[in-house]
Write a protein that binds this ligand. Structure first.
Ligand code: ZN
Length: 493
């Protein structure tokens, strides 16, 4: 009876429009629908379980190590993470065929397929390898990266930066530049969406000095009566076209002395560049004069005898001293009117030519000695080995090029020689031979700067003969004065 009634009621519900049903009837319809959906879902779950069970029991299986979707950086290396395959407890890994390639030089998705077939069953799996570019591009500034200085009254030309991406290459054109107030913002993204933002401060101000270069050397040697003309120069500036150069300082080539010329370039913002040129005016070249110079002393037993001979003959000479020997001999030479020059304290090539600092440190030691003994600072120099020596190359390439200019800048004058007595060649020559080397090279048409060594026994024996020959043949003898015209050799290092 109840069954029929329900059936009858349902029948009624099904044949009437849903909108005409009462609440109870609508609820019944909903319950009926829910039951049907539940039954369907149940069948679906059972179906999936059967399928899974079927696969487990009756199909080979592939297990991928690592993740199914992998990410690799552009230009990285793809290494197969590995896989296993089995069928009902049997290892089929060796039967798996792997196909697909990963090109890490190109951003993209690359499928790798793993396939195995066994006893008519075929199974495959796919791994996706994504080659990505996750590195940000770089913005590089060609000028100051923090602050941008632009010439006053000019516009920023957006031309002092580059943007480079490891994948896209040069993306300078993609850079967006925004200026607000005194801040400039640079933004750029690469094709993978990696974005970089940089900020700089901007000032309309010229902070750069003009560049100024003289066409002639910074130290110039002239002799009395020579013409001096101001050096030509090259000047340029980042902001100004018309840079004025002011030249000051007096040079009087009619008088010996050291003169200073100042070249000052100033731009319109007041930035200055100054070059100081030193001009030295030496005595006129004294042709036919013999300058006897004695290096490496003093030394007891030789220097004193040489001083005796010079005194007896009434000749003034020049002694380039070291730190050796007694102070008394330096004092005696000075008191008897000879010139005292500096030859360096150690005379050790490996020390004096190891660096310019080392040279000047060594020079200071002997300079202090001479000043202490004579009460006067000496500004006369002879380089050990002469300015043309090549042994210094072993310790410092180009050091002589630097030193020969630097000593002049510091107010020293250096003297090489043009006649070598060869008395330092280890006792190879007799006193007569040494005297003849000098005598045969003397000339009335040149300055005769004679190299000798007051540390050698043989030298004192040759000396009298040289002086007598000079006197008998119309030569004059003199010591080197501060502005005696320099005799210099060709610099080879
Ligand atoms: Zn020497």
């Amino acid at each position: 009876m109840r069954k029929r009634l329900i059936h009858k009621n349902n029948y009624k519900i099904y044949h009437r429009p849903y909108s005409e049903l009462n609440v109870l009837e609508k609820k019944r319809v909903a319950e009926a629908c829910f039951r049907k959906i539940t039954v369907c879902a149940l069948f679906l779950v059972i179906g999936i379980c059967f399928l899974a069970l079927y696969r487990i029991l009756f199909l080979p299986r592939i297990f991928l190590e690592g993740s199914r979707v992998m990410k690799i950086e552009y230009q990285g290396q793809y290494i197969e993470p590995g896989f296993l395959s089995s069928y009902q407890g049997m290892d089929l890994s060796s039967k798996v065929k792997v196909s697909g390639e990963v090109d890490t030089s190109e951003v993209g998705s690359y499928p790798i397929t793993y396939e195995v077939s066994y006893q008519g069953h075929f199974v495959s799996k796919t791994r996706i390898v994504k080659v990505v570019d996750s590195k940000k591009p770089k913005i590089k500034f060609l000028s100051n990266p923090d602050t941008l200085y632009i010439c006053p009254n000019t516009k920023y030309l957006f031309d002092d930066y580059v943007a480079v991406d490891d994948y896209d290459g040069d993306i300078t054109k993609e850079v967006k530049v925004k200026q607000s107030g005194d801040i400039v913002k640079y933004v750029v993204s690469d094709s993978s969406g990696n974005k970089v933002v940089k900020e700089r401060k901007i000032y309309y101000k010229d902070i750069e000095k003009p560049t100024l270069e003289l066409d002639s050397a910074n130290v110039i040697s002239l002799t009395v009566g020579d013409d001096f003309t101001d050096s030509m120069y090259q000047v340029s500036d980042n902001c100004d076209d018309n840079i004025k150069v002011k030249v000051s300082g007096e040079v009087d080539t009619s008088k010996v002395g050291s003169y200073v010329r100042n070249y000052v370039a100033t731009d319109s913002s007041g930035n200055k560049t100054k070059i100081v040129q030193k001009v030295m005016v030496f005595e006129p070249t004294k042709k036919g004069v013999i300058y006897l110079t004695f290096d490496d002393g003093p030394r007891s037993g030789t220097t004193d005898i040489i001083l005796n001979i010079l005194k007896e003959k009434g000749i003034k000479a020049t002694f380039f001293v070291t730190s050796g020997g007694p102070d008394d001999l330096i004092r005696r030479a000075y008191d008897e009117g000879h010139a005292i020059g500096l030859h360096t304290a150690s005379h050790d090539y490996s020390v004096v030519y190891s660096s310019s600092d080392s040279y000047f440190n060594d020079l200071k030691i002997v300079s202090d000695r001479v000043e202490k003994v004579t009460g006067k600072k000496s500004m006369l120099i002879r380089f050990p080995g002469g300015s043309s020596n090549t042994i210094s190359r072993k310790y410092s390439p180009n050091i002589m090029s630097y030193l020969t200019e630097e000593v002049l800048r510091r107010g020293y004058h250096y003297y090489d020689w043009n006649i070598d007595s060869r008395d330092a060649e280890g006792g190879r020559f007799t006193a007569d031979e040494i005297a003849n080397f000098v005598i045969s090279n003397l000339s009335h048409d040149k300055v005769n700067m004679v190299l000798m060594h007051d540390t050698k026994v043989v030298t004192k024996d040759a000396l009298a003969k040289i002086i007598d020959y000079g006197k008998n043949n119309g030569y004059e003898f003199d010591k080197i004065h501060l502005f005696t015209d320099m005799v210099v050799q060709h610099v080879n290092n």
